[in-house]
Design a protein around this ligand. Structure first.
Ligand code: PAF
Length: 279
């Protein structure tokens, strides 16, 4: 596995892989790699891609400087995981290399999908994500890009980014990974105490409760909210939406939908989602 920091090397190596007949599989990450990231690398390898993992904690997607400062950073362990998972290239660009003009840099507006849920509660977050992902796409060049369904709204935003701006990138969604007790894997889980972790199970339990019944969207949303509150989660939202557009569903809607939940436990913001049926 090659490890590079410079954008010109990364661009040239990806180009070399394509010239050698390989499809490049891009796995964008902010580090603190865990089994969820490993699943992204595995998915790329299963499709025969040469895997390029990027590791960059993107300051422009954090609306809260304290959240950025607290974001876990485990570069040595990340190197081991990427190597063991079979990545071909690990890219660790500096903030100066990615954003030479800092806060004055050009920004990609993430559009209508970004205004609700995480976008409403974290102003500018998805513009920061869309901007950095656009840059990753440009430097890497034509590729398949793997994103976890854990960040379901992000996946929808990235699909729209690729389609609307015409990137030569196939966006692949990879199912989210859970601990055996149901907690969705997230780099943020490391900040929870054992008690907080137990409370955080309220999110996956809420989704399981919603998936176990077929009911109007608002009833499922209310059911999830109650389960989360009972578990001690400070609820940010608990809603059932159209799986492609994330538009709210009225109670006449019937069929497959997506349940999205978010909440705060011990000051840590957690999100989760899953398929449900409304009717
Ligand atoms: O999901 C993440 O880790 C980040 O939002 C991403 C896609 C790597 C962009 O910084």
């Amino acid at each position: 596995m090659r490890v590079v920091k410079r954008l010109d090397e990364w661009r040239a190596l990806a180009e070399g892989l394509r010239r050698g007949g390989r499809t490049v599989g891009l796995v964008p990450t902010m580090g603190a790699l865990h089994a969820g990231h490993r699943a992204l690398i595995d998915a790329a390898r299963r499709r025969g891609d040469a895997v390029v993992v990027t590791l960059f904690v993107n300051p422009r997607q954090f609306d809260d400087p304290a959240d950025l400062a607290r974001y876990p950073r485990t570069p040595a362990a990340d190197l081991v995981l990427a190597l063991e998972a079979g990545a071909d290239l690990l890219v660790e660009p500096t903030a100066e290399a990615m954003w030479p003009r800092g806060d004055r840099s050009v920004t990609v507006s993430a559009g209508d999908l970004a205004r609700r849920f995480e976008g409403r509660d974290r102003p500018g977050h998805f513009d920061g994500v869309a901007s950095v992902v656009a840059k990753l796409f440009v430097v890497t060049g034509p590729c398949r890009a793997y994103f976890g369904e854990k960040d379901y709204q992000q996946l929808c935003v990235v699909r729209a980014l690729a389609a609307d701006l015409g990137f030569d990138v196939e966006v692949v969604g990879v199912p989210l990974q859970r601990d055996p007790d149901g907690l969705a894997l997230s780099s943020r889980n490391a900040r929870l105490s054992p008690t907080g972790r137990a409370r955080a199970l309220g999110l996956s339990r809420a989704l399981a409760a919603a998936a176990a019944e077929v009911a109007p969207a608002s009833a499922l949303g209310e059911r999830m909210r109650v389960v989360m509150e009972d578990a001690g989660v400070e609820v940010a939202y608990a809603e059932v939406v159209d799986p492609a557009t994330l538009a709210p569903l009225d109670d006449a809607a019937a069929g497959p939908a997506r349940a999205l939940v978010a909440g705060v436990v011990e000051g840590v913001r957690l999100i989760d989602n899953g398929p449900v049926e409304v009717g």
